[in-house]
Ligand binder design. Structure first.
Ligand code: PRP
Length: 212
């Protein structure tokens, strides 16, 4: 029986782009882009099954072996540190993890800094490294609202085009780290399906190198 590779794709624009590279690399599954509500797709001849997963959940599926492979942003990998192999930088979905706040913000070290973020571990480690005491406010979205409403002094968040910050009167105060999509692999899948996984990675690498 043919060995199938199960791949968690992040739902949304990045997932479609990554799928484009996988299809070009020899792992197509055309019904995947048909725009219905189906979440699972299979191309037996190509030896691949795809699953549309919420982007922040991809690493959970891969770490627990629900899928062999997945595509996750390096922001999620930094935040949750899943026990997986990170085998390829796809150089897609590029953005930056930043500290942002009001344009004229000046940090007053006599007060605890209030930081709103979706990425508490990244924010904590950034400020720990600077010995800056913070009050961490964990939000799930629309982070830019926090300094506008006085809920926080600054935010730690992803900046892609910078449009959300600009349109809300905020600016980048410091860049923490560049972010991009990574191909991650479950550790036991890597042992038991190693040959198929290496082949897929080499084929995707060629496509990505060619497109870069
Ligand atoms: C992300 C991020 C910023 C925005 C940055 O939010 O949290 O708000 O994108 O993109 P830009 O620099 O191109 O404007 P997302 O769209 O994921 O929504 P969210 O508010 O639910 O986090």
């Amino acid at each position: 029986m043919k060995t199938m590779l199960n791949i968690a794709l992040p739902k949304g624009r990045l997932g479609k782009k990554v799928y484009g590279a996988l299809a070009k690399a020899g792992y197509p599954c055309p019904d995947l882009l048909e725009g219905n509500r189906k979440l699972t797709f299979e191309n037996e001849a190509a030896g691949v099954r795809y699953f549309w997963v919420k982007p922040s959940d991809v690493a959970v599926y891969v770490e627990r072996g629900a899928t062999d492979l997945g595509i996750a942003g390096s922001d999620i990998l930094m935040e949750y540190r899943p026990d997986v192999y990170e085998l390829l930088d796809l150089r897609m979905g590029r953005c930056r993890m930043c500290v942002a706040g009001p344009k004229d913000f000046e940090d007053d070290h006599t007060h605890t800094l209030r930081v709103a973020t979706k990425f508490p571990a990244i924010a904590r480690s950034y400020y720990n490294a600077r010995s800056r005491e913070i009050d961490l406010i964990h939000l799930n979205g629309s982070i830019e609202l926090a300094p506008i409403l006085g809920l926080s002094d600054v935010i730690v968040d992803i900046v892609e085009t910078g449009k959300t910050l600009r349109e809300n009167g905020l600016a980048v105060l410091d860049e923490i780290v560049p972010i991009s999509a990574r191909l991650i692999v479950n550790k036991s899948s890597d042992k038991f399906k190693g040959a198929q996984i290496r082949r897929l990675i080499e084929q995707v690498r060629e496509v990505v190198d060619h497109e870069d």
